[in-house]
Each structure stands twice: as C-alpha cells, then as structure tokens.
Design a protein around this ligand. Sequence first.
Ligand code: PLP
Length: 416
Amino acid sequence: MPRTLPDTPLRPATLLVRGGQNRSSFDEMSDALHLTSGFMYETAGQAEDTFLGNIQHYQYSRFGNPTIEALQNKLAALEGAESCRVTASGMAAVHSAMLSHLKAGDRVVASRALFGSCHWIVSTLLPRYGIETVFVDGTDLDQWRDAFKKPAALVLLETPSNPMLELVDLPAVAEMAHAAGAIVVVDNVFATPLLQKPLQLGADVVVYSATKHFDGQGRVLGGAVLGTKKWVDEVLQPFIRNTGPSISPFNAWVILKGLETLHLRIPAMCANAEKLAAFLATRPEVSRTLYPFMDSHPQQALAKKQMSAGGSLVTFDIDGGKEACFRVLDALKLIDISNNLGDARSMVTHPATTTHMKVGPEERARLGITDGTVRFSVGLEDPQDLIDDLTQALDGLRATGGGKAGGVARAASPER
Ligand SMILES: *Cc1c(COP(=O)(O)O)cnc(C)c1O
C-alpha cells in the first residue's frame, strides 16, 4: 500500500512541499519525471477497457500523465479547489478557460486592466467568433452594474492588475456577475494563491501563469486553471483533450520543484517590494509609486481586505517620459530589463514599448500607463543592493539634467 498524506487539513507550507505526490512503484522520494508521450497496455482488452472508461489507466500525455497530475493535485489542494488542469502556458490556461465555456452569441464582460495578451483575446479574438465583449473600468462598480444590465456568460478580470496594480472588489463583482448569469474567471497571477483566494471571494474559476512565481526561477512556461470538478470534467477537460494546450511533463516537473519553496519566496519578495516601494516614493525623479499595501495606493483598504500582503510588483513613473525612463533603465547594473515577472532575479519592464505596445496609445492612456511608467518585479536579492542600484541610476538622471537621450544599447525591445 502506498503511504498517503494524513486526513487532517494540511497547511499551505506542507501542501507546497508534500501535496499531490504521485509515487511510483519505485518509492522515489522526490517527484518522478514521467517524460513519456504514451503508455502501454498489457493486453488489447486492457486498452479497450481504458477507452471505454471501465478502468483507470493512463493513455496519452495530451490528456493525462502522472507528473502533470501530481502538479494538478498540489495546486488544487493549495487553492482549495475541487479540480485543476495545467497547461503549456498562462495564455493557454486563459484561452482554454474562456473558449471551452463560450459559444457564438454569448457576451463577455472584462475589466480593461488586463495582461496584454488577455486584452487581445477579449478585444480581437472573441468577436471573430460572434462573441460580444464589453470592457469596464474594473475599479468602478457602477460600470460593472451597467454592463450587467444585459445577460452575460463570462467575466474575466485581474486583481491586482498588470501593470497598474488596480484592484477589483471580488465579492461585489461576483454577486452582480452571477445575477447576470456569468461565471467569474480571475487571473490571480499577481497575488498568487498564498496572498489571495478568489474562490473564497466569489470567483468560479482561477487561472495562473505558472511561468511566474510558481516556477519562480525563470525557467519554463506553464499555466493552470482551477474550478469545480463538474466544470473541469464537463467543460474544460474535453476542450483540453481535443485541442492540446498540454504542458510538457518536464515543465510540469520543474514547476513542481519550484512550488516546494513558494511559501518561503513570496513573503521574502513582498518584504523586498514593500521596501523598494517606500524607497522609490522618496525620490524626486519618481512622480508616482504604486504598491497595493502602501498608504498612497487609492485602493489600499480593498487590497488589505482581499489580500494578505501587497505582492512582489511595484509600478512607478519616472518624470521626463520615455527618454528619462530609458536612461534610468539603461543605467541599471544589477536589475535586468526583461518582461517576465515573479523571478528570483529583479527586473524592470517599460510597458508602453513592450508588453502594452500593441494596445495602442489611447487604451494605454485609459489604463494610466504613461511613457514614464516602469513595472518592477522585485526579486530575492538583498533589498539594499536593489536600492543602491536604483539610487545610482536615478542620481545619473539628475546629474545630467534630464536632457538628451542616453545610450540605447540596452533599450527594451517589443514583446518577445
Ligand atoms: C504572464 C501573465 C499571463 C500569461 O502567462 P504566460 O505563461 O506568459 O503565457 C497572463 N496573465 C498575467 C497577469 C501574467 O502576468
């Protein structure tokens, strides 16, 4: 008999280290990497019984694999969800959750402040299939209320949002959405399951980019969708099985190993982010600093109600627009320019010319993204070294008086 975990409810740290383990007959200590596309049957009859559903047997890694299942079980236990499916990327998770549920003639309501590719799915892809889409300012409950005057099938929102760290009042929006007939899909990447539990706040489905904090070391892409067993089995699983947004068992294994330290990394990153936000707010070159738990954040009270810490991202504006901003980014010696986030290594992104270039200047203005806006993913380095790096980069801007653009050798390039 394989040993199973105790029946008593286990705490998040224990679930992250131990949850979901799918031990093989070799009794390995660490999670086994089942790098196989298919599985063999002892007899033709066993294959037939498997396809008939009479017996449980792995068939093909597009829709079932022991390493992938271990990751799904760990994530479901951590989230407090009945079921989970992991996918090849965060975007595979978002589009699978949406397209599996929607059909022509449906209506989708989304908060405007979305990750660039999520915005493209709602604004460009869904209308091609005869789905009506409506964007609202996610912070404004009156706009949500107006949007729900007509029935809706699905709501997509992100809280806190990328990159402006806006919050959506989850219980209030979920109540209105349910009354209008919609399921609520929450992209919980910025909060992670440790800081915010959308299912407990009224959401029906939670999606993640596992590329970010779950891996946490910038190695592989992955995504996850969590919801009720009925919805996952009847709506999501047939879509994934037949369209193939499946994750490699290797990437699932890397993410499994990454998760074992999530509960240590997230509080450390939040503590660093809080220090860096406080530092940036003191600098005269920085005209605005956004961090959900900081007193100056317009939705601090809501953040403290829905989240247990402010997260690992800080967004700030450098006075002097794109030129000044690029000069500061190019002068950084430790912090990298890169458009990933949630990595142990700190990095900065210039959303207007990278992740949010394609949404256009008008939509950027509506979102509050200026040419001086920087998204800062705070990592696990010593915070004083990060402060020192930003100090020398910002000091350089003042020394030269903010005139002509500096070198562009390290300028950010469009979304890769
Ligand atoms: C990164 C990200 C995604 C997309 O995830 P990928 O793994 O890059 O496909 C979706 N939503 C948010 C908020 C993200 O940060």
